[in-house]
Design a protein around this ligand. Structure first.
Ligand code: ZN
Ligand code: ZN
Length: 364
């Protein structure tokens, strides 16, 4: 594990150098945990990993958390410096950076960013997400194993929700079942349980409410959380009773688009070309305007992370990248269809991490 952390920090430094940065500043969050295993909650007291492009990294922590940080980080040659409440942590941080051009966590608190700028004067800051977008994008075998495990927990939750019946129940009721099932299938955390029935399914990120599901509805189920620290995110659309021929056609267009994107995935292919593969199928069927979002997002320690599978993103795929393949068609006022799997780029193509059936599913 220690070697893995050293390798991650080595890679982070070389990405930072390639981006022309003096280093990276990581405040509490997924990237700090990824690089150090230290995972404190974000607080008003400053915690920051100072990862210099040239020079050894330093983890600056509140003195009262120093021993905990040392235990978390373990034997990994990372200097830990504590600051006391009577000191100005931003002056310490400024000294550690030495000024220059740095990338800082996208979700660093404004109070910390402004405190550093006030202390450092000339430091130039930019968000890590745009400066070093691929910091966590290429997963190692262990990470892919954990993502596969989380995906399988979501798959099993879908298989178990199908026979429970939908007609006559509220969206919130079905959402509660999804929450329970994800936990039963190994999730420590549930992050979202979207249940969009009938016209609500045309709103891609619908919040489940007290609408009663009826026969004839399409129901978009999009749910996920985390198992073993890694995220799941699965969408299936089911039909309550036999769908109309139009609904059946829309479903099959989305399924074909999802398959086309999957077949486009292999190392070296640009993210935008995977999006194009799905979008072309939907455009040719005449629904191009109704596919209102990107084809996918990266997934890992966070449910949305780079790479973005979107038009205009020329980033070439690399073996080990993991992301969603989730085209959809949304017919406002009527219904929506989305099908989503997580996929991993292999040496020659792609692996679906999700295995839940994609065939049109009719429920009671
Ligand atoms: Zn989703
Ligand atoms: Zn997703």
């Amino acid at each position: 594990m220690t070697d893995r952390l050293l390798e991650r920090r080595r890679r982070a430094r070389s990405l930072a150098a390639a981006a022309g940065l003096d280093g990276l500043l990581l405040t509490p969050g997924a990237s700090l945990a990824y690089l150090t295993r230290h995972a404190p909650p974000p607080l008003e007291r400053l915690t920051a990993l100072v990862l210099r492009t040239a020079g050894d990294p330093v983890l600056l922590v509140p003195e009262l958390e120093r021993l905990g940080a040392r235990d978390a980080v373990g034997q990994s040659e990372l200097e830990i410096v504590g600051w006391r409440d009577s000191e100005d942590p931003y002056a310490r941080l400024s000294d550690l950076t030495g000024g220059g051009r740095w990338a800082i966590s996208d979700d660093a608190w404004a109070a910390h960013v402004l405190g550093l700028q006030r202390a450092a004067g000339s430091i130039e800051l930019e968000p890590i997400g745009s400066a070093v977008p691929l910091l966590r994008a290429v997963k190692d075998d262990e990470e892919i194993r954990l993502l596969r495990g989380a995906a399988q927990g979501a798959d099993a939750s879908f298989v178990d929700i199908v026979p429970l019946g939908f007609a006559g129940r509220t969206e919130l009721d079905v959402a509660a079942d999804l929450d329970r099932l994800l936990r039963e299938h190994g999730h420590q955390r549930v992050d979202f349980t979207i249940v969009g029935s009938g016209p609500n399914g045309a709103s891609a990120h619908h919040n489940p409410g007290d609408r009663v599901i009826e026969r004839g509805d399409a129901v978009v189920l999009d749910f996920g959380g985390a198992a073993g620290g890694y995220c799941s995110d699965l969408t299936r659309t089911v039909f309550v009773g036999e769908p109309t021929s139009e609904a059946r056609e829309v479903y099959e267009v989305v399924r074909a688009a999802q398959q086309a994107a999957f077949e486009a995935v292999r190392p070296g292919v640009a993210c935008q070309d995977v999006d194009r593969a799905a979008r072309s199928v939907i455009e040719e069927a005449g629904f191009g305007e109704r596919f209102v979002h990107r084809t996918g997002h990266g997934i890992g320690l966070e449910v949305h992370e780079p790479p973005s599978i979107v038009g205009g993103n020329p980033t070439p795929l690399e073996e080990g990248m993991t992301f969603s393949d989730e085209p959809g068609i949304y017919l406002e006022g009527r219904f929506g269809v989305r099908i989503e799997d997580q996929v991993a780029v292999t040496s020659t193509g792609a692996e679906r991490l999700n295995r839940a059936p994609r065939e049109l599913t009719v429920v009671e």
